[in-house]
Structures are given as C-alpha cells and as structure tokens.
Write a protein that binds this ligand. Structure first.
Ligand code: URA
Length: 294
C-alpha cells in the first residue's frame, strides 16, 4: 500500500520546503533516518516528488533526494543565484525574474499590516551606484516606488549634488512593504525580505552601495554598531550566499551615510552626509561639484 504522510505533517513539510526555497535554499542533504521507516522507500520518494510538484512547480529545484532518506532532517546550503535568474547576464531580465519570484508576497507579517503594494526597486539595472534605504513610507506605498516622498526629494538632491541623476542609480529598500505607522521594520521582517534585495544587488552588480541609515547598514553588514562607528569608511560587500562567480563581479564596496529622513530632522548633519558621498564619488572617479544643495 503506498505510504502517505499524515496531511498535517505533509502540509508542514510543504510549507517548510517552500520557506527554504524562498530564502534561497535549494540543495537538501539528508541524513540517514535513525529509525527505519515502515514505508517503502519508493513510496516515500513518490510522496516527496508530489510535494515538490505541488508546492514548487514554478521553481528550479536542485534538491538532492537520496532514496533511503526521510525528509525530516535537512542540512542546507544557500546560493543567492540558484534562482530563476541564475545564469542570466541581462540584469533587466534578472530583475524581472526576481520580481516574478517575489509575487504578491505574503512571507512576513507586513503583507497584512496595511501595505497597498510591494515597492520593489527602481532605476538603472546596470547602475554603478546603488542606494539602499529602510522601507517604504506612505508615499512610496501609494506610488510603488522607493524614495518618492520628502525624503526622496532630499535623496534626489543628494544624487544631483554628486553630478548625476536619479535615473543613473538603482534604489531599493531592505523591506519592500510599508511598515505600519512608519515604524522600523522588525528584524525577522528584514531577514525575510533581504534575500530578495541580495538577489537584486547580485543582478545589478554595482560598484558601490550606499546604505542609508542604521537599518540598511546593520542589515547589509550584519553589524550592530552605531552610525558613528559605521560611517566614514568602505566595507567589502558580497550579497550573502552568493557563490564566487565567473561574471567578473564578486561584490562591491559599501559605504554608510545618514538616512534622508534623519537629515530632514537634523539638517546640521548634511555636511557629514556630504563627506560620505564625496568618499563614494572619489571611489567611482566622479568629479565633485562644489557643494550639496537641498
Ligand atoms: N524611507 C526609506 O527608507 N525608503 C523609502 O523608500 C522611503 C523612505
């Protein structure tokens, strides 16, 4: 008689596999079961195959299933690019694939806390310079584009002061849904959403990322230091889980500066932010215009 998982266990396993896929885990290595399963291994394999078929039909799976194994203990390896966009050299297509993969995301609680839409990212898919903020506010949620409110106006001016236009850079956030009341995103919300940002970064392949504010800096760098400690230097950055690639891009530099919303509250810090941007401009070989305007 074919072996069937208990429906609850089956659903739990399917949800767990979907979760691992969503955060970039495709390769599953299983330990031999400690207790011999009473079911035939062929039936178990059949059951797993149907689980995968139902739950992951849109995904490319590189799951390694040994016939003797029961999928209860999972050791996983991650790879940022083992997704739909793997092997795509065209960043436009890669970003489209990531957007499709993101879908109408319900992976974290933010999807049911009043978001109107997902704010994916905007700008030049081949940008040398990328800005990463915290998360959409009301204006961004309304428009579906990052940094379009008051903070966005200031960011545009900062970009202009560098001698380039908003269209030349790529702009994204740590979380893609508006946290209610503009609260800071929770750590687990950042952790759930940031694999998609990592994939966007790996698709765009910028030379420099500017993390805007503490949430972006701490999430990208996985450090818990103060802005004072984080600013004023470059970090070597590789999207987490990204394998060494032969595309010639193995990461980039990352600088930290103040979030535009903070600069609106405390304009005296604009000079400090300008120093950060000048450091970035030097790295990118950009000529510094005389002064930052608002
Ligand atoms: N603040 C952010 O961090 N991101 C936005 O997109 C807008 C405001």
């Amino acid at each position: 008689m074919p072996y069937m998982f208990d429906p609850q266990l089956r659903n739990a396993l399917a949800a767990r596999m979907r979760f691992y896929n969503e955060i970039g885990i495709y390769d599953f290595y299983q330990r031999a079961p400690s207790i011999a399963a009473s079911a035939s291994t062929a039936s178990l394999q059949e059951e797993r195959t149907s689980l995968q078929g139902e739950e992951m039909s849109l995904r490319k799976s590189a799951a390694v299933m040994t016939p003797e194994a029961v999928p209860l203990k999972i050791l996983a390896t991650t790879s940022v690019l083992s997704f739909a966009e793997e092997g795509m050299s065209d960043p436009v297509k890669a970003l489209q694939a990531i957007r499709i993969d993101l879908g109408d995301c319900t992976r974290c609680p933010l999807h049911q806390q009043g978001r109107k839409q997902i704010v994916f990212g905007v700008g030049n898919p081949k940008a040398e310079l990328m800005f990463v903020g915290e998360g959409p506010g009301a204006d961004e949620d309304e428009k579906g584009e990052p940094f379009v409110g008051r903070g966005g106006q200031l960011l545009n001016n900062m970009i202009k002061a560098m001698g380039i236009e908003r269209e030349h850079v790529y702009i994204a956030n740590i979380v893609k849904c508006r946290p209610p009341g503009n609260r800071q995103p929770e750590r687990d919300e950042c952790a759930t959403c940031s694999p998609f940002l990592m994939r966007q970064i790996a698709a765009v392949k910028p030379k420099v990322i500017v993390a805007l504010g503490a949430t972006a800096a701490k999430t990208l760098l996985a450090m818990n230091s103060s802005m004072l400690q984080l600013r004023g230097r470059f970090y070597e950055f590789r999207p987490s889980g990204m394998p060494h690639s032969d595309s010639g891009w193995n990461g980039c530099k990352l600088a930290v500066t103040y979030h535009p919303a903070f600069l609106l509250r405390d304009p005296r810090q604009k000079g400090e932010a300008w120093k950060d941007l000048q450091m970035v401009m030097k790295e990118l070989g950009m000529k510094a215009p005389p002064k930052m305007e608002e």
